[in-house]
Design a binder for this molecule. Structure first.
Ligand SMILES: *Cc1c(COP(=O)(O)O)cnc(C)c1O
Length: 621
């Protein structure tokens, strides 16, 4: 695996050029040269690189695929899309998103008041805003304010209580006005068919959201009674995220299409749109046989358009506009997390580390001979002998017959023998060898926090593609476990025989080695938690100029120590004073030492939590 499954998850966004992974765009720079340039400016620790051209690509592909499907079927409704802010609300992302989507009348979806404020500020007038989720009077009032500003906003009714609030807010805002301005109204329906996968709770009958058919009929009557029926224009559903199989979507589309048609036939004349929510999956897999998605965007779009047309035709109603709220599909590929490897833990298991004596215990001498004379034919036999000797030697140590140096030699030799046997027998795929790989897996300590940067790995066992930035012309041979720098044993991406990851054998005291984590642009940033007080990493936006050369823009450095404490509502003035006082009042220090210590302390306080140096490797990390 020299390409780390790039052909499966990469979507042609990256290419391997010689020995590095490069951006498959413009002048095709390597991720390594971009990383080095940022690090040379003094930003160490993990880096989040954002690529607006990849957001643009996703939006353009989404729109062109649906337009093609419409053309193919002769569909008369429009296709429109909004981005659900909960997937990524970070300003560098949202600004890039709005910038690259100008020509698509692309809008934003909000699920909370704060998200609604972002949508009201960043969506161009005329582009759609949709508002979902639980709403109180204030949030509904904000929707009315947005409508009065001139926004094309649709507020989705999630329950009958909300509809009552909409009716009363409408009276308040429009009661005595000649030309009332009201947001468009949508209804979220509770589907009989449910989603699948770990996020299935968003759809289906036991879902948190949506109206049952009985409630829907009631809502219809309420809207009619309060002369709001001519604002009801959207039917909405969302069956859950990362939908691996397309079958549940098809069922949901038929169900939602029939509800749309029934409401329309009943007299909801303004009804004109179906919003199919999100759920469009991203291929995260690095392994051919573990793919997460069984359909293409083309199939997805064709199914949506065909089924909507089919239902509309058979019920004799107009073909609705189709809205999507795909978030993961739009955002996931746009960011790459790059993190330096700080240390390889079993690097001490090298021949150099042996402390052989003039006269060794016979079993150790024998291990040494096994290691030196092992051949392909006898590899398995020698391996079994070595494992057997190790058990005996460890028992001898417990009984006090051999010393610590002997025990260390045992560990090293057995480790070397296993590695050599695996290398010699690499064409065999036996279970025994795979199990042994677990034993000699190399632990890579990486300067990042899995809790902060890959929370879905921690919470949902979601895999993200991982690959080193260089050495891609060399076959990696170490079965790898990745350890983050939190003090939590959950911060480990362990070697998994079902999803094996192999990395290069590097002496990090001599050479740098960076790992990149891909497809981190959806959900990870805002779900990331400050476990151990590691913050959002330093981030940059990578744009390309007319000549195709990359530019590093909008750098936001990881929060410094005092800002992190301030966020937790510590009184940082007090912290500052207390630290200063303790140094100044110390009786053990002279004036010069105090001055020097204070200088150092303030320098450190202005920096972030991630590691800069480790052991003797200066300047690099
Ligand atoms: C979360 C959510 C989305 C986005 O789903 P993705 O799977 O990320 O595309 C869309 N619509 C609603 C209502 C949501 O809650």
């Amino acid at each position: 695996m020299k390409s780390f499954g790039l052909a499966i998850w990469g979507d042609d966004n990256f290419i391997i050029k010689k020995d590095t992974v490069n951006i498959n765009y413009a002048a095709k720079p390597s991720l390594l040269e971009i990383t080095q340039e940022i690090r040379d400016k003094g930003y160490k620790g993990p880096l989040l690189l954002r690529f607006p051209h990849l957001i643009e690509k996703q939006i353009a592909t989404l729109f062109s695929t649906f337009e093609k499907a419409k053309e193919e079927f002769g569909y008369t409704g429009n296709f429109q899309a909004v981005f659900p802010l909960k997937v990524n609300q970070f300003p560098n992302f949202v600004h890039a998103l709005m910038d690259v989507s100008k020509n698509y009348n692309y809008g934003l979806e909000a699920g909370s008041k704060a998200e609604l404020i972002i949508a009201m500020t960043k969506t161009p007038l005329g582009a759609p805003i949709t508002v979902n989720g639980f709403k109180d009077k204030e949030m509904i009032s904000l929707c009315f304010i947005a409508a009065k500003m001139g926004h094309n906003i649709t507020v989705t009714i999630e329950g009958l209580g909300e509809l009552e609030t909409i009716i009363s807010v409408n009276a308040e805002f429009n009661g005595d006005i000649e030309t009332p301005i009201t947001p468009k109204i949508g209804v979220r329906i509770r589907l009989h068919s449910s989603g699948i996968g770990i996020w299935a709770k968003s759809g289906g009958y036991s879902s948190k959201f949506g109206l049952t058919s009985t409630e829907l009929l009631e809502a219809y009557e309420m809207l009619k009674k309060h002369t709001l029926l001519d604002h009801l224009w959207m039917v909405h559903f969302h069956i859950g995220s990362q939908m691996g199989d397309i079958a549940p979507l098809k069922k949901a589309l038929r169900e939602a299409g029939n509800i749309y048609a029934e409401l329309k036939k009943r007299g909801a004349d303004a009804l004109g749109a179906i919003n199919i929510g999100g759920g469009l999956a991203v291929e995260y897999s690095q392994h051919e046989d573990k793919q997460e998605r069984n359909y293409s965007l083309r199939e997805f779009a064709n199914d949506v358009v065909f089924l909507m047309q089919d239902v509309a035709k058979s019920k004799g109603v107009e073909e609705p506009d189709i809205f999507t709220e795909s978030g993961r599909y739009i955002a996931a590929s746009h960011s790459v997390l790059v993190a330096p490897v700080l240390e390889l833990f079993s690097q001490e298991y090298t021949e150099k580390g042996l402390r052989l004596k003039e006269i060794n215990p016979p079993l150790i001498q024998e291990l040494y001979d096994l290691f030196n004379t092992m051949s392909r034919e006898r590899a398995r036999e020698y391996l079994h002998d070595a494992l057997d000797h190790m058990e005996s030697l460890l028992t001898l140590f417990d009984l006090g017959y051999i010393d610590l140096e002997d025990r260390s030699n045992t560990e090293i030799l057995v480790n070397l023998i296993i590695k050599k046997a695996i290398a010699l027998l690499k064409d065999e795929d036996s279970d025994e060898l795979k199990k042994l790989q677990d034993r000699i897996q190399e632990k890579y300590l990486v300067n990042f926090s899995a809790f902060q940067s890959l929370p879905d790995f921690w919470g949902l066992a979601q895999h993200f593609p991982i690959m080193p930035l260089d050495r891609l012309d060399t076959k990696p041979t170490n079965p790898a476990s990745i350890w983050d720098i939190t003090c939590d044993s959950d911060g480990e991406i362990g070697f998994n025989r079902d999803f094996p990851l192999y990395l290069h054998d590097i002496d990090v005291s001599k050479e740098e080695y960076f790992l990149a984590f891909f497809l981190t642009g959806a959900y990870q940033e805002v779900l990331g938690m400050q476990h151990n007080l590691f913050t959002h990493p330093t981030e940059v936006v990578i744009n390309f100029d007319k000549e195709g050369k990359y530019q590093i823009n909008d750098l936001i450095e990881a929060q410094n120590l005092m800002d992190v404490l301030d966020d937790l509502d510590y009184d940082t003035n007090l912290i500052d004073k207390s630290l200063k006082y303790k140094i100044e009042e110390s009786t053990q220090l002279d004036k010069e030492e105090k001055r020097e210590l204070l200088g150092k302390l303030y320098l450190y306080l202005s920096e972030n939590s991630y590691l800069k140096t480790i052991q003797a490797i200066d300047e690099k990390y």
